[in-house]
Write a protein that binds this ligand. Sequence first.
Ligand SMILES: [Zn+2]
Ligand SMILES: [Zn+2]
Length: 1005
Amino acid sequence: MFKPLPSVPDHPALEREILERWDDEGTFRRLREQNAGGPRFGFIDGPITANNPMGVHHAWGRTLKDVYQRFNAATGHDERYQNGFDCQGLWVEVEVEKELGLNSKREIEDYGIAEFAERCKERVARYVGVMTEQSKRLGQWMDWGNDYLTFSDTNIEYIWRFLKECQQRGWLYLGHRSTQWCPRCGTSLSQHEQAGEENYRELEHPSLFVRFPLRDREGESLVVWTTTPWTLPANVAAAVKPDAEYGLRDGGWRLASPEEKYDNVVQGEDLVGLEYEGPFDDLAPQHDVVHRVIPWDEVALDEGTGIVHIAPGAGAEDFELSRVHGLPVLTPIDESGRFLPGYGAFEGLSTDEAAEPIVEALLDRGRLVEVGTIVHRYPICWRCKTPLVFRVVDDWFIRIGDLRQPLLVANDEVAWTPPQYKKRMDDWLRNMADWNISRKRYFGLPLPFYPCDCGQLNVIGSRRELEERATGGLDQLQELHRPWIDEVPISCESCGKEVRRIPEVGDAWLDAGIVPLSTMGWENPEWVPHGYATGAAEHISGADLPDHDYWEHWFPADWISESREQIRLWFYSISVMSMTMTGRLPYRAVLTYERVHDEHGKEMHKSTGNAIEANEAFERMGADIVRWQFCGQNPSQNINFGYGPAEEVKRRLLTLWNSVGGFFIPYANIASWQPKWGPPPQPEHALDRWLVARTALLVAETRDAYERYSTPTVTTAFEAYVEDLSNWYIRRSRRRFWDGDANALEVLWWSLVQALRVIAPVMPFLADHLWRTLVLDGPESVHLADWPEPGEPKRELLDEMAAVRRVVELGRQARAQSGMKLRQPLRRLVVQGAESAKAQAEEIADELSVKEVEFGPVEATELRVKPNLPLLGPKLGKELAQVRAKLEAGEFEELDGGRLRVDGHDLSPDEVLVERRGKEGWAVAGEDGLTVALDLALDPALQLEGRAREAIHQVNTMRKEAGLEITDRIVLTLPDDLIDHRDWIARETLADRVEAGDDIAIERL
Ligand SMILES: [Zn+2]
Ligand SMILES: [Zn+2]
């Protein structure tokens, strides 16, 4: 007996039950044992930051990772299941600051860096736990508990080794530049961190037009435009475009417009070299500055006045110009974005706070021409969303130029899905700037740089090297983090003097970028149990440090999968680091995907209330439904994710549920039919043979789709299959199931079971639940059953049934046009153009409720043909008019394949528009060379049969309304005129006795 199913599935409940079963039965462990030593399918996980609970947007990537891992397990592959967590850097620091209510770097230092580091570690440990539980709930099978954590000492040592290699190649340098700076985080940020569209916002800023009076030109001024008043106290120059025209009006020079009148017009180059009075010459830092006009070809002419105010200490391009023109660099603000001493009344103010007093001061001095506001696109900190400023600081960089070409060449070999993303990677590689790796922060990778006064830059490449060269502090070195690492000075390898580490920590993408080497034991001589889980990771993970043989076996990964923005982040950093150390990319294939929006297509934000918590989604929709939504989505487009689409998925999946629980199980149980695990059935009945072939086709289609990383193809193919199974096979076979036909039961059971195997990677819970319901003597879990091997689908069977279904579809259309109910049987259907459906004439007759099906020319139609002008016009030219006339007059010959011969021209089917209309008494429908015609003539026998069918329908509706089971027998009352069909009606309605009466009535026996 099969266990009956409820009428609708409770997804969350059955998922929790399956999770328990997997736990109890060790299903995942057994799967890995089963596949150990099989062909390799190597995966490297990109780390998720263990910092907050998982959002639904994380579930997209985690679903895809799990789907392809499961598919490859089903096909017998040995796989890597190590999950990764990112554990240090700004992500973690900013959240811990919020938690502790700290608002600046000074407050962190007052709190204590050691204590702060402990809080960061606690937060990571907490969210490693939370995310692990969430991922399990999603159904993701990973080697939980043996995760890699990027703040482990082992990971840090591998990065140190990479940095030392960069130094030895001469790629490491200290850059003095103007960089984007977050005043809240107190650190510079790099190009790749900031490049995303989400790191910009529309912001309102002041818009000022300011006069800079020219020296030696009485009454004349330059008029400049700025949206950053705070940069004016650092002004040292004004730039003009040398070949542009400037005009003087009301004493102010600005870009000349052809429509305006001016007192004087000159070329920009005529202004170059003029000196002017700066806006804040009274400030101490300005005392020795000589302000002058400089040439700059890049001056924007489409906004402002064509004269650009230059403050090299507060802008990137300004800083570059200062190098070219030898300008002084005034740096007005400190690392928290506040004015430094020397800036008078502005001292201590933030850049925002200073705007108003600056405007007032300009007004007082008569320097303000115009003041307003502007809304423009402005960069914000990727981490804390604070608007950025520019500061000139010293940062450490890795020179990337030597890697650009090898990376481009290697990328050409990578299989990208969707394929257009390969070019995005190329674009990134072509444009990437040197890698800014230093952050002026606390809890991150300690950069192992120890510069010495003698000019030597000491770079430490390993913990052992640190221990060998340390001059003290090793006893307190609990792990390779600040503040402990800062207490270990070393001796300079050049002059022997004691030197200290720089205070900076590293860009978090170094942490994530090293993992294809650090987690897989590159150049590690001996396997060390738990050897990866060192330092801060020691009590959170049990990860081993494998040996170099392991690395050789698994590197490069066969595939990786992360969201598209990782092109400039993780894909980039792993590529740079592996290419540097091994000369190879760490992956062969990439699957990438876009962003998660709400169901109306809007970005999800906690603040707008449209964000969906992952846990809530799992418990309200079910994890399978979450997964199905993601799998059904084309990865090159954003997904509109939500409860509405979830309901739609549930509704569609109900067809599968009903086929099993609402149909198969009740009939199999009535027939006491028992399944037997074994090879595919070899049925004889045409519909059975078709369903076996249809199932083989599903297996072939989905395997191909999984291998091409196309889950949308998998879900579409599966839905089409279930539709065929339910709305064709089951519907056409009802009678055989009523009769308990063992062949039909066997074929349906076998087909359902194969379908569960192919869909199990996408919805592991429902598939396993149904598997455990249906499979009584086979593998315990669908996930322990291999990929099905039903052989090649028999094409001729599929083609034949496809033709039958087209005939039926057109037959239904013809009936619908005629307004004749399907319950009214008709005498005859004529079919033209579907010879392969001939063998199934009985199926067609029964399905369309006609007495006979004829294959031959349909003469019951009038053919109307018109030229398809866009195609035929150019082809026929002047002759078109005559051809059109002949077509209208019906003077043409029909050739095979839908072609026509008219007036000496052979026309293909797409060159004409054909319409067939039924003659009186016929209903006709046709498309693509197939035509069917229904004879609508009725005789008394047909009419009576129609009434009998109507009665059967009515009785069965009454049975349902009376709450009868499908096995309950009845006494049936029929009116006299239906008595001739008594036996048939009784059989169809499970009536044991029929009585005559005025109206139809039933009574339960
Ligand atoms: Zn910030
Ligand atoms: Zn030295």
